[in-house]
Ligand binder design. Structure first.
Ligand code: PRX
Length: 635
């Protein structure tokens, strides 16, 4: 695409311009998209409220950019290549022409079911092409999708449905993930017990698991498609959207107990997701891009669906997990489909590393040109393993840092164009102005310094609000530092100005690249009968990056401690989902608290990591003796 940066020199020039004249810079980038009507003001912003608007009064529909505008030239090119969970099932190739047909037909299904612009639709499906079709069909008619990852429980889904007042759901009977069949529709049915406002559930049949279908509420996807007149569907225009109309909501964890519904705009999100995709991966026409993330996370939204399709790329989508049926599966997929770009999480790399090189032996990985990582800091050992054994030292590795709230990659090297440095996300993309801040709110300038990472200036895909609670958005991201977006991450800037993300500085854990709030896990544990109080911290985990360590005070000594631990795990499973299950549970008599009642997590983290020598000063604690008790009982 016209805005692809080709050299380090060019990056420096473009970056300088993006800071000196951001509006003119983004005007030029946005001109590469298809607009029904051009914007008449590029940017309006203040971080105080916050109020950020991009491409004001522009009109568009993102699906015309993802699909329609490619049809003339790329109609027969694969848009999505889908690799199923089972090696025995044939893969599918969906061309742009076919995607257009499927999306317009399913958009008609949504219209037939009374769904309109602005309605919120929850999507809870496995990794099948119909998930992308469902998202695009929502976008086609202007409905706001909220995709929920399959690892969340019925209770978490109900919370999200209620928060967004989503009256429509798209799901599957079940999903295949490795050796497991996940009964998605049953989980939805459990969620719906507390969501009587839900009017329709459209169910795609994937696993043929028996499911309950309630008359008048639940409809089969295939039956609904039968009612669509292809002619009408194909010729019904996409809904015209204002640049600032919300495109989707994506829930993510923060330091409070309740996940936030991050709201992304239509135009700004589209422009930035595409711009970052093309530049970071240096995507070349015809290449096959394989992002192993689940679409339930922002990485999947931007780099499996929207960014890739807007760029006219080919996105490979895989239903299963990297270790099924064996630890060579990703390499089989790379060989089978001649994948050019592989984008995965450090956790996946570390877990595959543990199997050594035999699963790679004899696999032809020569099609690979670029490797990427995302979601958590990558340790040098994993970086070098990826470089040596997968990239064979000829593929640049991009370490891409961003967050759900950012919409697209903010800090990363650009493959083969800007320098890489193991464990560093390196340099900001054009338009991104990072700042490191100290605890007193002062910017730390110069190099070889650490601080809290903020961004000084808006970029097009910054979150617009948190659904239904704008004040929460302000407090979470814009109130800590004056006139800055605060990321919640700690960061080091080296002697050359390269950035290295060091991890969260708030009470948010990053387990296998999944964001989990400690307060959320504590709330869930505290719901278990017999639990008085709990405190959750993260500790170093060789594969998952961080593990979850829970200190739990019980009302009375348990008769059967292992049973009680298992019951607590069940409760966390039910309340949040399997992704938030603590790895370790230690029963304690008390927690280290200050006189004002604040739990000193720093001490708990040290104990969880076994770093007893560096616990530090405990004299300010209400009862310093509890620390000794906890240390003695450490598991
Ligand atoms: O701590 C950072 C970490 O993941 C957090 C964002 O999580 P989430 O919103 O779920 O999005 C994950 C996928 C973009 C960040 O605050 N993180 C993300 N990417 C990196 C990272 N930490 C280090 N290096 C990265 N490349």
């Amino acid at each position: 695409m016209a805005f692809q940066i080709k050299s380090y020199e060019e990056y420096k020039e473009v970056y300088a311009r993006s800071v000196a004249e951001p509006e003119a810079f983004w005007d030029d980038i946005a001109a590469n998209f298809y607009w029904r009507k051009k914007w008449n003001k590029t940017l309006q912003w203040n971080f105080k409220q916050p109020d950020v608007k991009w491409f004001i009064n522009g009109k568009l529909n993102i699906t015309e950019n993802c699909i329609d505008r490619h049809l003339a030239l790329l109609g027969d090119q694969p848009a999505i290549i889908w690799e199923p969970n089972s090696k025995d099932e044939p893969h599918k190739v969906i061309t742009y022409n076919e995607l257009h047909l499927q999306v317009t037909r399913f958009a008609q299904v949504l219209r037939n079911n009374g769904i309109q612009k602005g309605d919120r639709i929850c999507i809870y499906m496995g990794m099948i092409p119909e998930l992308a079709v469902a998202m695009l069909a929502c976008a086609r008619i202007g409905a706001i999708h909220s995709v929920i990852f399959g690892g969340f429980s019925a209770n978490s889904i109900a919370d999200r449905l209620q928060d967004a007042q989503a009256a429509h759901i798209i799901t599957c009977d079940g999903a295949y993930r490795g050796a497991k069949d996940i009964p998605l529709k049953n989980i939805i049915d459990d969620a719906l017990v507390s969501c009587p406002f839900v009017k329709k559930v459209i169910v795609y049949q994937r696993t043929h698991t028996p499911v309950s279908m309630i008359k008048g509420r639940d409809e089969w996807w295939h039956d609904e498609l039968q009612k669509v007149d292809d002619e009408t569907a194909g010729t019904t225009p996409a809904q015209e959207m204002d640049a600032e109309d919300p495109l989707f909501i994506l829930y993510t964890s923060g330091s409070t107990g309740k996940p936030k519904g991050v709201v992304h705009s239509s135009a700004g999100y589209m422009v930035y997701a595409t711009y970052s995709f093309v530049n970071v991966f240096q995507y070349q026409p015809g290449e096959i891009h394989f992002c192993t993330a689940d679409i339930g996370w922002i990485t999947g939204h931007s780099y499996i669906v929207y960014g890739v399709l807007c760029a006219g790329g080919t996105s490979l989508m895989y239903e299963g997990i990297p270790t099924f049926p064996d630890a060579g599966r990703l390499w089989d997929i790379v060989e089978k489909h001649k994948v050019n770009i592989l984008y995965t999480a450090p956790t996946a790399i570390r877990s595959l590393m543990a199997y050594g090189t035999p699963p790679i032996a004899g696999k032809d990985l020569s099609s690979l040109r670029v490797l990427g990582t995302v979601g958590e800091p990558i340790n040098e050992e994993a970086w070098h393993w990826y470089d040596e054994h997968i990239g064979k030292k000829r593929c640049p590795i991009v370490d891409t840092w961003f967050q759900t709230e950012n919409g697209g990659i903010l800090i990363s090297n650009m493959a083969g164009v800007t320098p890489a440095k193991p464990s560093y996300a390196t340099l900001p993309l054009p338009g991104i102005q990072p700042a490191l801040m100290d605890e007193q709110g002062n910017e730390i300038t110069g190099n070889s310094v650490s601080g809290n990472l903020c961004i000084k200036f808006p970029w097009p895909s910054i979150l617009r609000t948190t659904y239904g609670d704008h004040e929460r958005c302000r407090l979470n991201y814009f109130a800590t530092y004056h006139n800055m977006y605060f990321t919640g991450d700690g960061c080091y800037r080296d002697e050359n100005g390269f950035y290295r993300i060091t991890g969260r500085v708030d009470d948010v854990l990053n387990v296998s690249g999944h964001r989990i709030g400690t307060a959320e896990v504590e709330n869930a544990i505290n719901m278990q009968e017999g639990v008085l109080e709990s405190a959750v911290v993260g500790y170093h985990h060789d594969i998952k990056g961080q593990g979850i360590y829970a200190y739990v005070i019980l009302e009375k000594e348990p008769e059967d401690a292992p049973l009680m631990q298992a019951c607590i795990l069940q409760t966390v499973n039910r309340i949040i989902g399997p992704i938030a299950r603590p790895d370790k549970i230690q029963f304690v008599k008390g927690l280290p608290k200050t006189r004002s009642g604040k739990i000193m997590r720093r001490i708990l983290r040290k104990i969880a990591e076994g770093d007893m020598a560096n616990i530090g000063d405990t004299s300010t604690l209400l009862d310093p003796a509890v620390v000794e008790d906890i240390k003695t009982g450490k598991i």
